[in-house]
Design a protein around this ligand. Structure first.
Ligand code: RP5
Length: 152
């Protein structure tokens, strides 16, 4: 994430990935405050064995796109409504509107939990155990909705 101020939002990704038994790491890697760290992080991510990168940033959020330009790994961007954001749209559009060739899968504003679930789905496409956990997760959600009784 671009700042430690993003952590209250971004920790939701780490929490849901832990539920699926997927190992994570979290770090502050700022595109404009620590550009050299960002380059090293993105360039080394695949060889370190990472499978998916979730990049969260607010305001003029160039982190996810810059990271995606320097790694072959899938990058999921989380637009964050930060203190410097006008209304969240600045971050959404900065992350969403990537030019062709360098994709960033963009989730909804502050939707770090969905970023975690999407990362689990990517990993689950080649990991049967994770995929089974995702199926169970969706089934539980369905049961919870069907089981909610609003009539009494
Ligand atoms: C972005 O600026 C960060 O990702 C954060 O969302 C926002 C504000 O950062 P701080 O000023 O709180 O460190 O780069």
């Amino acid at each position: 994430m671009g700042s430690k101020s993003d952590w209250p939002i971004m920790q939701e990704a780490q929490k849901i990935l832990a539920e699926f038994g997927i190992e994570t790491e979290a770090d502050v890697v700022s595109a404009h405050r620590t550009p050299e760290k960002m380059v090293a992080y993105a360039k080394n991510a695949a060889s370190r064995g990472l499978q998916v990168i979730i990049a969260g940033a607010g305001g003029a959020a160039h982190l996810p796109g810059m990271v995606a330009s320097m790694t072959p790994l899938p990058v999921i961007g989380v637009p964050i409504k930060s203190s410097n954001s006008i209304d969240g749209w600045d971050s959404i559009l900065s992350i969403l509107q990537m030019p062709n060739g360098i994709p960033v899968a963009t989730v909804a504003l502050n939707a770090a939990k969905n970023a975690g679930i999407l990362a689990a789905r990517i990993i689950g496409s080649t990991d049967a155990e994770v995929q089974q956990k995702l199926i169970a997760y969706s089934a539980q959600m369905e049961a919870d909705v069907l089981g909610s009784d609003l009539k009494s």
